[in-house]
Design a protein. Sequence first.
Length: 608
Amino acid sequence: MPHSSCRLIIMALAALTAMPMAVAAPRFPADAGVLNVRDFGAKGNGTDDDTKALQAAIDAAGPDTGAAFWQTRIVYLPAGTYLVSRTLQRHYGNGKFGSGMYLVGESRDTTILKLRDRAAGFDSRDAPRGVVMTTAKLLDGSPTSGGKDYTHKGEGNDAYDNFIEHLTIDVGNGNPGAIGIDYLANNLGAVRDVTVRAPGDSGAVGIAMLRKWPGPALLQQVNVQGFDTGIAVGNTEYGVTLDHIRLSGQRRAGLQNAGNAVAAADLVTDAPTPVANDAAGGLVVLVDATLHARAEDAPASGVFHGPQWQKFPDGIVAKLPDAPATPDDPVAAWVNVLRFAGPASGGDRDITQALHKALESGASTVYLPYGRYTISDAIDIPPSVRRIVSMNASITVRPERNPNFARTSGMFRITRPGPPLTIDGVVFDMTNLGDQLAVEQTAPRDVVLRDIVTAGTSLLDRGQDGGRTFIEDVCCGTMRVAGPAPVYARQLDTEGGGTRIVNQGTPLTILGLKTEGDCTVLENRAGADTRILGGLLYIVHDADAAVPAFRNSDASLQASFVEEAFRAESRYTTYLEDTTGGQTHRIQSAAYPARGYGRVVPLLKSGN
């Protein structure tokens, strides 16, 4: 073989298998409130069957907590090979399916979940089943309301807080009907830093999102090796975001989408069919994708509307840099907020002073163990702190607040310059207590908001002098941004009425957006430049015909998305109300292809 051909093959293989640098593998402190599977009898030696022990740890994560879906414990798998013989899934004590399945390994390389070779029940490609299967709770308690009669499949749209991170799943030999991860998540959830692999005689689907109704959810830093299909997405809602995905060795298709909205950045595949998007209402938005893993292939950016490919015009896609890396502090150097708190005295603990002391302790990483906490004043984050880690802990502002603590002031405030700061896994909970701003960013300091819940709160107010902001897997509040520093969002879910995002002059890029409610999604003004790369808009109830999806005033907007609607009365009339130089024109939704009662919008463009 000529030397040049060998070089091309080597380059192609490198493009396919090389993943961007993985997120630092978590090592949890002993007092973090995390459940360690070794404490439930799991051996992780690759020979003993650990199914019962792993299932016991998952079952111990907590009962059904209703709308406060985040109140479940993380299940941690230290390094080892854990042999299983049946599907791992989550049920509550009453036997009903539950959400909040949160599995975290020590690292992708050292924590392996392996299905026993030729395991019973995994022999049929016509009836595939997952090694790991995440499910939805029935939030209102009724299995038949809202069409959720799926008590034998774990389906529904209450699949909150389902996470699988930092591990490898191996479906074993002789299991042709195996699905690596049968994944369902809504509003908040991610598969992150995970490898799913199948030997040549095994594996139907690497990651299947085919039950009702997947998304919004984030798959990030995921490598699928083998299987008939790498990633399969179904249904018409609620949207899936893919970021840094490698699909290698599939026998049929890399990414298959049957009608949903998929937003993907840095997708690399060598499958015979790289992307199968056959349903007319399906939309796949690709950013910097390599669809055959050939060295000569330039990255592709554009949309699949049904099977039709439409390349984006040059210059329309802004680059999506990765968030700054979190500090690799050893666990022994982390500081527990509760170290500075007095004894608990009933109710949710007031940790205002404890938080202040922990943050001013000089520690780079500060953590908040699993639990429910309150504060009575704003928390200023000093430059010495580079990471705040929560183990599914919630923070609520007490009714007896400092009179000077305004509702427009952030619960967390970044007011001083410093190195990049990551806020990870915090729940800002003001349910039924009136609106409150969660994060206020006014200093020239990069901020990463990852796996954040804003319940009854606004998410972010980024001021004119604020540094770059990175948002990954966040639900569900409003957002205001201003100033020249860019904002990058991956899987942004914002739900409710009014105006959800106000952009005052900022370069804003969103990979995967989901809305729910009769709202103006974005008000774009004062030279703002917003790129929405894939998403799903869903009014749900009756629509106000006077409310446009987007307002653009002397600014630039590009958006690719679908609209979900099940009635003629619950859809947008106007997608864009654009005002430039004092002149206003409108783009009506009827200008775009139908998708049931909704529409498919391959590209909506206004401004420069």
